[in-house]
Structure formats: C-alpha cells, structure tokens
Design a protein around this ligand. Structure first.
Ligand SMILES: Nc1ncnc2c1ncn2[C@@H]1O[C@H](COP(=O)(O)OP(=O)(O)OP(=O)(O)O)[C@@H](O)[C@H]1O
Length: 227
C-alpha cells in the first residue's frame, strides 16, 4: 500500500507586484508518497521554487490546504513549524548556502540546534561517519572557501542528512557542479532513496534527470502537471 506523505489540495500562491496581486501558483494539487523520488521541471520563473518553499514549510502564506503525514500544520505556531521542518526535511540548494565563517563540522552541526542531541555520545561518531561516507572527513576543520564546489555541495548534503530527515528537498542541487560531481551527487540521491528510503523532491533544469525518479512533474506558468 502507498504511504502518503505530502498532500497539497488546490494550493494557490500570490505575490504583490506594487499594488497588483500576481498569481504565481495556480490551483496546485499534488500527492507524494513515502519513498517517492519526485523530479520537478519547468521554465525559469514558472513557480518551482515557490512550490518547494511551500512543501518545505519555508512559506506558510498560500491558499488551499497542505497535509503532511495526514496532518495540517497551517494553524500551528512558528516554533512547531520550525521543529517539524528541522526534524523531517533536509534542504539542498544550488549555491550550497553554507556559512562561510564556520568550519565544515560547524556547518553540518547547524540543524542539531533543534534536535536535543547535544549530550548524545554517538553524535561525533555519526558526524564522522557521515563526512567519511561523503569523502570529506579530512575537511572537517576546513572553511567552505578552502573547498571545491563539489566538496561544498557534499558539506551541504551532510548538513541536510545529519538529522536523518524523511525528505530531502533539493533545488537545482547539481546546477553549480561539473559532470563528475553531478554524477556522484545523483548516485548518492539514488542510494538515499532506494536504500535509506528517503523521499526526494528535486527541482532540476537538466533533462538528463527527467526520468531519474519515479515521478515527474512539470510546472508551466504556475500550473502543475504530472508527466
Ligand atoms: N518574494 C517575491 N515577491 C514577488 N514575486 C516573487 C517573489 N518570489 C518569486 N516571485 C516571482 O514568482 C515567480 C516564480 O518564481 P520562482 O522562483 O518560484 O520560479 P522558478 O520556477 O523557481 O524559477 P528559476 O528556475 O529561475 O529558479 C517569478 O515570476 C518571480 O519573479
């Protein structure tokens, strides 16, 4: 039986351009099940980031309903939403979004603020294992500016995985990478999805990955279609 994780029903999103209300997402309905690997494609400005910001609880201002694991969080406080987001969702962005004044280790530890693992004896071991599996253990005390793009993205991936999220939301994760690193990141996503049963939602412009997942969505001028 399919296990539903995400259910958007008739979601619309507006932005104000001056005094004018512009509709960015138009009546989007979408269901994503646990263990799905969903690829979202669409032209620049079509509304992909707007959509994943809603899916990732980064944006709560929309019309329509969003149920996560069978529950609506639309009326919950910011604290509850932050905790839900930090426990369940790992974000990966095209430009990595690392903190440049923090070391690799410190960057990866950022999401732990919400996880009450400060006194966890296994934390250091977990962190080392994660960095080792991503091939960046020797960079633990380096700063992002001392790393290549591929290594920086691996730090961002480690940061996304440290809390063992049920979902990875990745916005153009390979957009700034060369072909070798792109290949490696995609293989890692495949393993996370197939072996670790992590749900993946990935926005990409790269046609090569259109059929990489089991679900393919296209956003066209704010309208979502499944292909
Ligand atoms: N904060 C904002 N205020 C007003 N308009 C916005 C805001 N954020 C996005 N938009 C507009 O919403 C539309 C969709 O933007 P969005 O970033 O979701 O597109 P996208 O499909 O992710 O594009 P890209 O592939 O270039 O990242 C664009 O026309 C954009 O200008």
């Amino acid at each position: 039986m399919k296990d539903n994780l995400i259910k958007l029903d008739d979601v619309s999103k507006y932005y104000l351009a001056g005094k004018q209300k512009v509709q960015i997402l138009k009546h989007v309905s979408l269901e994503i099940d646990k263990e799905d690997f969903a690829v979202i494609m669409g032209h620049s400005g079509s509304g992909k980031s707007t959509l994943i910001n809603i899916l990732g609880f980064l944006d709560q201002k929309y019309e329509g309903t969003y149920d996560f694991a069978g529950k609506s969080y639309q009326k919950q406080s910011d604290n509850v939403i932050s905790e839900l987001r930090n426990r369940n969702i790992g974000f990966i962005f095209q430009n990595f979004k690392l903190m440049h004044n923090l070391t690799v280790k410190e960057n990866v530890e950022i999401p732990l603020i919400y996880s009450n693992r400060d006194s966890d004896q296994n934390l250091e071991k977990d962190l080392n294992q994660l960095l080792d599996s991503l091939g960046i253990l020797d960079k633990k005390d380096s700063y992002p500016s001392e790393l290549s793009g591929g290594q920086q993205q691996r730090v961002a991936i480690a940061r996304a995985l440290i809390n063992h999220p049920s979902i990875i939301i990745a916005d153009e994760p390979t957009g700034a990478l060369d072909s070798q690193n792109t290949q490696e990141v995609m293989e890692l996503f495949e393993t996370l999805n197939k072996t670790n049963k992590v749900t993946i939602i990935m926005v990409t412009h790269d046609d090569t990955f259109a059929n990489f997942g089991n679900r393919l969505f296209k956003v066209n001028d704010g309208v979502l279609h499944e292909s």
